[in-house]
Design a binder for this molecule. Sequence first.
Ligand SMILES: [Zn+2]
Length: 263
Amino acid sequence: MARCQSPHPEFANYTAATGFNCDGTDQCWVDEVGNFGTEAEPECFCVFHAPAERDPFDRDDWPMARRPALQAQRLLAYLEQWQARVTHGEERLAFVLPELKCGAVDFRRTVFPGPMVLSGAHFSGSCNLRSAVFHGDVKLSWTTFHKDADFHSARLQGAALFLQAEFKGVAGFDSAHFDGVADFALCRFHREADFESADFAGDADFEGAQFMGRVGFGTARFAALAAFEAAEFAANADFRGTRFGRDASFHGVRFGGNACFRT
Ligand SMILES: [Zn+2]
């Protein structure tokens, strides 16, 4: 059966035993594909890794205009298969689909039962993850959220890796709970970034992050390290009532607007 040709080292990092549908190669596991080449020299890609400029999916069943919606629909279907296979108490299968492109998703209150590797993803639509629960590590490093990303009241029980992610819409992490490490180093927040009442139980790294819009950390709690070295706050930054349990580093930070640290 033809398989998507898109390669990524993360596919190889997860063997058949630990990655949903992974087989130890660095090739994407999705076998619902379109042929972007010729019959003699096929170039097969799944809907998540299909080149944007060409479209064999532009058929009655997968029309081009519906590609983002189709991506979201297929992602939901694969996640449901994965959720059904992951049983609590056993070794948890990771869901590995790096560099996927996807339209708007609505995963509010969804429970993701194992680790997720979605590094380098592009979400062209809004992402609703309000009150979602992530049991394992979540890798969303180098991901671009082209619209709003809403993690309001989400619970991230493993490491939350957003290294160098780009938030082009509003980033909503208010009342989110980070039980493990939260890595937002070098992230770019183009609009508001809302971390009001967020709870960071592990180390929180915002080193070199760029906040272009208003940012709120009011009444957030940092139980461990809070690293903001060389971060840039272009607009107002609200740290009113923020609780720092251990060291908080603001070395080399640039504030372009008002910064309020009143308790
Ligand atoms: Zn693929």
